[in-house]
Design a protein around this ligand. Sequence first.
Ligand SMILES: [Zn+2]
Ligand SMILES: [Zn+2]
Length: 190
Amino acid sequence: MDYDTYSSGAVELAVGLANTQYDDPRRLAEFLSGHREWFARRTRLTLSAEERETVADLGRLVRAVVEADDEAAVIDRLNELLCCADVHPRMTNHDGTLHVHYSRDGAPAVEQLSTTVAVGMAMLVTRYGWDRLGICDAQDCQDVFVDTSRNNSRRFCSETCASRASVAAYRARQRMGAAAEWSTPGHAQI
Ligand SMILES: [Zn+2]
Ligand SMILES: [Zn+2]
């Protein structure tokens, strides 16, 4: 799928937020400074406690959209997410390519983030379908991801989780094999 636009970047921002430990102020600050390029220049990224709570709610809402398991629930949750948006589209070429920003110039960080994330998610679901959003299948990982594979078959958030899961599956098969061998006649049961 053609997945290399400003709005797909906005979805990566949403996914990144949902996968951040946003209840931890230090982690949240790292997330914001790590995504500095998404904020207008001179945006203050140091948040008040109240603003941090708003961002945490936003992260929870993004995850709720991903967790929804039918289209009606996705629509409801996306509409809830869109309530956090304050959309003021603006043309820009600040990075050398023409694109539309969803948020007004001079908006506080939280407003920019909420608006970009909400519209990005809504655009993705509209264009590619809600089943492109998934949660990692690996044990001990709850990260959300966007499936950009041709046949929509992705199961893991990252290469790391995919290889961790395949090692675990291999070991499980080996254990099953060993157990089967022990239960065959000729082996003493222990
Ligand atoms: Zn831009
Ligand atoms: Zn994972």
